[in-house]
Write a protein that binds this ligand. Structure first.
Ligand code: GDP
Length: 552
């Protein structure tokens, strides 16, 4: 989350004993292009075509044995057994044409088989949601009726079709986690989810719902909604503060409600906005036909604390820690353009390896970790946890055996420095195990450029490639990494922030993301309270003390 500012300094970390450089380099509308039968006829033939002596890592951060997650034995097949279950246990609808979106039914073949099946109830609810979306989606009579109501500014009783409009905010990872959260909110409230797709998000993702579109039509009548923010008078928080609306049941029972409400939920939301997560607010908002939502966070854990969602959430997700894994794989399928990047890269560099390790490196400019410290964390943690072999400093002339096992390390970072150093290390030295390690990085964009479509294509390609890993290492508090771990169903080894943790890394307990800036635990004290039984399952994250995530 690049946007959070802070001036923290690293402390208490040992520097890695590496001589040499200190701080290196600093750093069309077809995303929704779905099934045109003619294109399918055309695409069939297309498819057919189709690591110096100076390196002295110190391991003094660690005690204890290699973690079982690091040393997982892996399949060497290029396209895995999981490919048999292309519908992901019923999660995906079978109604799409394959070539409208190659990735939809093919991604599973590139990933480790997920041990988590969606519950039959989740599968049923997704099919019901798809039917609702077809009934109320853009260009339907019911959609037009709802738009007329919105234009006339009439409020009162909810309509047959009610909507939630998602407004993008910050980087791609932030967008994906907040969109997944908005989708769960839509399911819980029988609302139709529509997404605002600015230019930079075009041709990134396929349509997730068959026979309809989730793209908000360009003639949506609310003026300038893309720029709604904390001072927008129509925000839920501001309207509560200004007594335009109330979540007090007695005073709101017969009150006139606006035709739409803007939900302001980015990290800089205020105490009024945070009341959104209270039961009383949820009941009031149910009467508002249009909700416009902006967030940069995975706010799902706080929905679990709303008492009235308890039964439904338990039935949907008997395994709480699979919410993100199921929903992100359901919703997000890279466009054919992105899939091209992904598969070209994968087959060129990663496919033939015996083991694939993903390393996601995010060093924020506003709270940087010194280059050598972060590099030391990566090298020491991956070695100590049995993810990557140590280098052999004694037998410098040891040749590689012909049948040596090959590990492909796929790194992602805005900079090339980390990847270069790790690659040089394995080029210049044999490993203690005799394994051969290749290190690859697809891009080094230098800085975040969310406003550029092609930059986002690369970001999504790299997130997708990370999700194909057998073992994943991520950077604490990065939504970029959260999306990769969710897609892959992976429990990553998290590189912690030096000023937040005594340990340089720790394993995540699940692929669930952290809600990094949740409302305070007593936020609903006067507004319906929270589900106390569920509170024991919504606990502190591994990577952020103030954040909360779902635990089983
Ligand atoms: P977060 O800020 O770490 O939570 O992740 P976000 O995805 O929300 O925002 C970071 C953005 O910076 C990404 O979406 C990319 O645009 C860019 N970015 C960060 N790291 C990388 C990387 O390793 N590769 C590429 N291609 N882009 C990156």
């Amino acid at each position: 989350m690049e946007a959070i500012t802070g001036t923290r300094r690293s402390r208490g970390y040992h520097s890695l004993e590496i001589a040499g450089d200190a701080e290196t380099k600093g750093g069309r509308r077809a995303w929704m292009r779905w099934a045109a039968p003619a294109a399918c006829v055309l695409c069939v033939p297309l498819l057919l075509l189709l690591v110096g002596d100076h390196w002295r890592p110190s391991f003094d951060w660690f005690q204890g044995a290699t973690h079982p997650k690091g040393s997982t034995s892996v399949s060497s097949s290029v396209v895995r057994e999981a490919s048999k279950d292309k519908l992901l246990g019923g999660l995906l609808s079978a109604e799409f044409e394959d070539c409208s979106c190659f990735s939809r039914y093919r991604s599973a073949a590139y990933r480790k088989a997920s041990p988590h099946l969606p519950s039959p109830y989740l599968v049923e609810r997704l099919r019901r949601y798809e039917a609702l979306h077809r009934k109320c989606g853009p260009n339907t009579e019911l959609y037009k009726k709802s738009i007329e109501r919105l234009k006339s500014k009439q409020s009162s009783a909810a309509m047959e079709c009610n909507y939630i409009v998602w407004i993008p905010h910050y980087g791609l990872g932030n967008r994906v986690v907040s969109l997944v959260s908005s989708f769960l909110y839509a399911i819980l409230n029988d609302r139709v989810l529509l997404v605002h797709v600015p230019h930079e998000l075009t041709d990134l993702f396929c349509e997730p719902f068959p026979g309809t579109s989730w793209v908000l039509p360009s003639d949506f009548p609310v003026h300038n909604f893309q720029n709604f923010d904390k001072d927008t008078p129509q925000s839920f928080g501001n309207m509560l503060r200004d007594k335009v609306i109330s979540i007090d049941m007695r005073s709101s029972a017969n009150a006139t409600l606006p035709a739409y409400v803007y939900l302001h939920l980015p990290w800089y939301y205020n105490e009024w906005d945070k009341l959104f997560f209270c039961q009383d607010a949820q009941q009031m908002l149910r009467k508002v036909p249009w909700l416009l939502l902006k967030s940069d966070h995975y706010f799902v854990p706080s929905l679990f604390l709303v008492e009235e969602y308890d039964d439904e959430l338990r039935r949907l997700f008997p395994e709480r820690t699979t919410v993100f894994h199921h929903l992100v794989r359901y919703l997000f399928h890279p466009s054919n353009t992105v899939w091209g990047y992904v598969t070209r890269y994968y087959h060129a560099y990663l496919a033939k390896a015996d083991k694939r390790v993903g390393i996601q490196i995010r060093n924020l400019k506003n709270e940087p970790v010194p280059f050598e410290t972060l590099l030391g964390q990566i090298v020491n943690c991956s070695s100590k946890e049995g993810i990557l072999p140590s280098i052999d400093l004694r037998h410098t002339a040891r040749p590689a055996e012909d049948d040596a096992k090959v590990t492909a390390v796929f790194t992602t970072s805005l900079d090339s420095g980390y990847s270069d150093r790790i690659r040089d290390m394995y080029y210049e030295h044999a490993t203690t195990t005799g394994e051969i390690v290749g290190v690859y990085q697809a891009s080094h964009e230098g800085k975040q450029q969310t406003e550029h479509q092609n930059h986002n294509v690369k970001a999504l390609s790299e997130i997708t490639l990370l999700s194909f890993s057998d073992v994943l290492i991520t950077t604490a508090c990065s939504t970029f990494g959260y999306v990769a771990q969710g897609l892959g169903g992976l429990e990553p080894l998290i590189l912690t922030k030096p000023w937040k943790s005594k340990l340089p890394c720790r394993w995540a307990e699940s692929p669930e993301p952290c809600f990094l800036i949740p409302p305070p635990s007593d936020v609903c004290r006067d507004h319906g309270g929270i589900n106390k039984k569920m509170a024991q399952h919504v606990r502190q994250c591994e990577d952020e003390n103030g954040g909360v995530k779902l635990f089983d």
